[in-house]
Design a protein around this ligand. Structure first.
Ligand code: FE2
Length: 710
């Protein structure tokens, strides 16, 4: 008789423990142990605990290949979910093997776990293990099915597939009740919150695609105080214009941030308007011009007062100091009604100049893509309210493109597709699964909640934006059709836009440091498991993964430039770096500042109530207030900004991997080196920020989440 010593770790989440009966079978190259119940006197598998057991076998099992965990009914207790973190097995010779799990196991089922050693399929030859890979993926593909949300959208999780699954099977991730997409009789409004938040469904979703209780509670407690405050003051139901600009300052008196206060003070300034193209929430919009576009006939006399006597437009174009923000995509956007009144949208062109002092300043704004007598080109030399209204129209266009495309489409939806492909095509033992899984945490959850509360018909988007849901569908599908691999990869994106040499572009500077840190880390991991290009080419699971992303996220569009297969380790490193960067840093850059920059509503109006002006000299404070959103629309939008800018608790900053999917020494050293590098970047950012009137912290590594989770 030989004895194997087994340690079982249960996650420290609320309700992570189980009362079900847990047995184990150890499977080795030479033999299998008999199934043995893991049972001590007292309670087993309590949250956060590591329990030790002995498993007897009549003979040595050889090299351990699998651990089978059997979760079965215990006495009269109802079945419950169990979050198993990992299992370690020490063999009679003292060799310890770790079997990572890090998932909820629900229902009565058998789960098979492989040792933590990362293995690509090329290195597996035993039929038992090859079969295990196949079965694991088949089960996951049943569980995580693709769904078409709207034509031209990246495909997403079909939450119904969880409901259709059988209750008992291997690798089971079982029933989900009820789905947030469907709503349920438990739907209720948070006080004052304009959209239904289905609280029971947040808590009862299948555990592997649900927020933790801590995160849900934190999300709801963030929403309620802000909405209550506004409700009490009657603002969420008050239609009509703001009577004066100052009234808006009082709305969020309890929720000011240093940046939101700075915005309130400086929003009218051209310097600040230009600054936001570099370090605001949508820092991806401008590109350098070498000549003016034919539909934007700006002349020298128009810009001479801004440029001064020693230069001219042509000279500045040749110097590379002229930039354009082109909102062409809004040209055909449908427009809706709010509070029963028609709304309007513009498709502006905004010309900017990088002055010799290094400030980016707006030079001219045209509010339509078609020039003509009814489309004046607005200039800083126009009357105060004409110029401010023109800039506010641009800020409205920024809001629409930022929220729909830069933020939701290019981070939330694409990252969901990466998460789906990773879950469906890579088994638990695959090194790329181990690498990417932490960067998909809570992404399916937050998107499911967003679809149920924000994007659905009559959801928040319909209630606060001029373009409503039809416009959202149009913008995102058009945005995806024009989205390219160059735009997705930060270094290529910056180069293509010609913005490498603009001073004080902190998004770029911090983003590039983080990109390089991720790239070094990914390079080490890839080299660890892929000794040469041929292993990349022969890894059928990896090829299926990249193929699925190409088909499901980018709809097999060759024009996107996204890879449909990978041939070299270099290509793999670039693709993985871009995915991790966009799931973490890019999302932080475009998400975390929403309240900071949007709380002062005229800086980010969600809708405009009058058409763009066709002549100069007609705008007054009154007509300005009658054009920007009404009180209730502004307040509902502010609530949303407040909610999504607060990362709910249960965070995991970039580079932290408390779930130890990698168990070998080499990747663990790479993780430690990555963490050291991020700590140094953070130190540099904090030192730089001490010198700035408006610090840029969105890409400070400890403030970046590993994944899109809010
Ligand atoms: Fe977000």
């Amino acid at each position: 008789m030989v004895v194997y010593r087994v340690r079982v770790a249960t996650g420290s989440y609320f309700l992570a423990g189980t009362l079900d009966s847990i047995s184990v079978t150890l499977v080795g190259t030479d033999a299998e142990s008999p199934k043995q119940l893991l049972d001590h006197i007292g309670r087993d598998f309590t949250p956060g605990a590591v329990h030790k057991y002995k498993v007897n076998s009549s003979c040595e099992l050889g090299e351990l290949l699998l651990v089978r965990l059997h979760k079965e009914r215990y006495s009269f207790f109802p079945k419950d979910s169990w979050y198993c973190s990992y299992i370690t097995v020490t063999d009679p010779g003292g060799v310890v093997t770790c079997f990572p799990c890090y998932q909820w196991i629900e229902g009565y089922c058998t789960v098979e776990l492989r040792p933590g050693t990362g293995k690509i399929i090329c290195y597996d030859s035993l039929p038992l293990l090859l079969d295990h890979r196949k079965k694991e993926l088949r089960a996951r593909q049943e569980c995580y099915r693709w769904k078409i949300y709207a034509p031209g959208f990246p495909r997403m999780l079909d939450v119904n597939s969880f409901e259709e699954m059988e209750s008992d099977r291997k690798f089971a991730l079982t029933k989900m009740t009820p789905s947030a997409d469907q709503g349920s009789s438990g739907n209720r409004y948070l006080p004052g919150f304009p959209s239904k938040i289905d609280i029971p469904s947040l808590l009862h979703m299948e555990p592997n695609i649900r927020y933790s209780f801590t995160k849900t509670a934190s999300l709801l407690s963030n929403a309620i105080p802000a909405s209550l405050g506004m409700k009490l003051r009657g603002l969420l139901d008050r239609k009509g214009s703001w009577k004066k600009l100052d009234d808006m300052r009082k709305v969020f008196c309890c929720h000011k941030t240093p940046t939101s206060e700075y915005v309130t003070e400086h929003w009218k300034e051209d310097h600040f308007f230009g600054y936001q193209y570099l370090n605001g929430v949508n820092p991806v919009m401008i590109h350098r011009l070498s000549s003016l576009p034919s539909n934007f006939p700006v002349t020298d006399p128009m810009v001479a007062p801004s440029l001064g006597p020693s230069t001219c437009l042509q000279a500045e174009l040749e110097k590379g100091s002229i930039f354009l923000a082109d909102y062409w995509i809004l040209g055909d956007a449908p427009v809706g009604h709010l509070n029963g009144r028609p709304q309007y949208v513009a498709a502006p062109l905004c010309l900017l100049w990088l002055n010799p002092q290094g400030a980016l300043l707006p030079l001219a704004i045209q509010l339509s893509q078609t020039p003509g007598p009814d489309t004046p080109i607005f200039l800083p030399s126009d009357s105060e309210w004409d110029w401010l209204l023109a800039k506010t129209w641009v800020r409205n266009s920024e809001f629409l493109i930022h929220e729909n495309n830069t933020h939701f489409l290019c981070t939330h939806l694409l990252c969901e597709a990466f998460a789906m492909a990773t879950l469906r095509q890579l088994p638990l033992c695959h090194p790329i699964y181990k690498l990417l899984l932490p960067h998909t945490r809570y992404t399916l959850q937050v998107n499911t909640i967003a679809r149920a509360t924000l994007l659905n018909p009559e959801g928040l988007v319909d209630k606060v934006t001029s373009i409503g849901r039809p416009g959202l569908l149009y913008l995102m599908s058009t945005g995806l059709a024009h989205f390219t691999y160059t735009m997705f990869c930060l270094p290529d994106n910056l180069k293509a836009r010609g913005v490498q040499y603009i001073p004080n572009y902190y998004y770029r500077d911090d983003g590039m440091k983080i990109w390089e840190a991720i790239e070094n880390f990914v390079n080490e991991i890839v080299n660890c498991y892929y000794p040469s290009d041929i292993f990349v080419q022969r890894d059928s699971e990896l090829q299926a993964w990249v193929g699925e992303i190409f088909a499901q996220a980018f709809l097999s569009r060759k024009s996107s430039g996204f890879p449909s297969c990978l041939s070299t380790t270099e290509e793999l490193v670039k693709f993985l770096t871009a995915i991790i960067f966009n799931c973490s840093a890019q999302h932080a850059a475009v998400n975390s500042g929403q309240h900071d920059f949007g709380a002062w509503m005229p800086n980010a109006p969600s809708s405009m109530r009058n058409p763009p002006p066709q002549t100069k000299g007609t705008t007054t404070l009154k007509s300005y207030l009658d054009t920007i959103p009404e009180v209730n629309i502004s307040c509902n939008n502010l609530l949303l900004f407040w909610l999504v800018s607060q990362e709910p608790k249960d965070q995991r900053p970039l580079g932290t991997y408390p779930d130890e999917h990698f168990t070998e020494e080499a990747p663990r050293q790479s993780i430690a080196a990555f963490q050291n590098c991020l700590a140094q970047i953070s130190q540099d950012i904090r030192n730089r920020n001490k010198t700035l009137a408006l610090p840029y912290s969105y890409l400070d590594p400890p403030l970046i989440e590993n994944s899109v989770s809010i």
